[in-house]
Design a protein around this ligand. Sequence first.
Ligand code: UFG
Length: 338
Amino acid sequence: MNILVTGGAGFIGSHTVVELCHAGHTPIILDDFSNSERSVLDGLKNILGFEVKFIEGNCNDSSVLEKVFSSNKIDGVIHFAAAKAVGESVQNPLKYYELNVGSLITLIKTMEKHMVEKLVFSSSCTVYGEPDVIPVTEQTPRKPANSPYGNTKTIGEDILRDVVLAGNQFQFIALRYFNPVGAHESAEIGELPSGVPSNLVPYITQTAIGKRKSLTIFGDDYDTEDGTNIRDFIHVVDLAKAHVAAFDHLNDISEPLYDIFNIGTGLGNSVMELVNTFEKVNNLKLNYSIGPRRPGDTVKIYGDVSKANKILNWHTEKTLEDSLRDAWRWEQKLASKK
Ligand code: UFG
């Protein structure tokens, strides 16, 4: 299938492009490099041995989308293009609503016009807020989002549901990602945070390489075994493969559909466990200290992924050790280029 991958030069998008190709699909990347770099295209070429079709443009621009859909045969879309910095979204909510919600609406309208019916949407476990019971299943009630970013994911899901309920022929899947980490094992592509990373693993790898002085662990007095937060850290390649599985599932279906899947490992690891594992697998010592809690952090969350296991026939293949080895290899590769 020819699959339009919006945000295909980003962290999860680029790894998904690789897995789509491996599965025999033909991805077309649409990206405006607002939060990614051109060098990603070289990394993709080095992994795949050929150039993936690439279009530069903003997918919130209806004229760009119109051109993409009228000049390419597109069988379906994976929509990654969005902004994702929780803190920035609090400062600049309109940017988030315009970009994340606006682009989804523009995209669906263009798909409707061109009779493209299949879409996989990047949602997030952020829609569960601080859950009362873990692991969370897809039936776990969503909670009011604690950031505009999180709210754009909740609204995005609602838009998909309502459009399908309105009797359209669409087949939509929302994947609720847990915490994606790691990099491609070739170290040709990985995470490229702009500025100071706000996410844990890039902060760790940048500290280990000497770009940052020390990692601050945001709180060790939570109600968890070692006092640090618990997350479900999933290798980005496993997450990428979930998109291929979601597409293959959509391909088997002809009736209208809106469905949601948790995409994580099904395991919870604490921040401290992750730091210890990073040190162990990479045989190094990390500079870190314990600091105050970060406002808005969920205390503990991990996902029940049995629905994706069963219906999408998708399972994770990689461990936390693999993720942290690959993340470190990627950081070293970045450093060697400078
Ligand atoms: N952490 C630190 N120090 C740091 C960075 C993070 O201790 O320098 C801790 C956080 O407090 C948290 C854990 O590491 O306990 C993970 O933090 P991340 O920022 O890496 O990830 P989050 O779980 O906060 O956020 C992620 C995505 C969001 C998404 C959210 C859904 O980055 O986009 O999951 O819960 F909304």
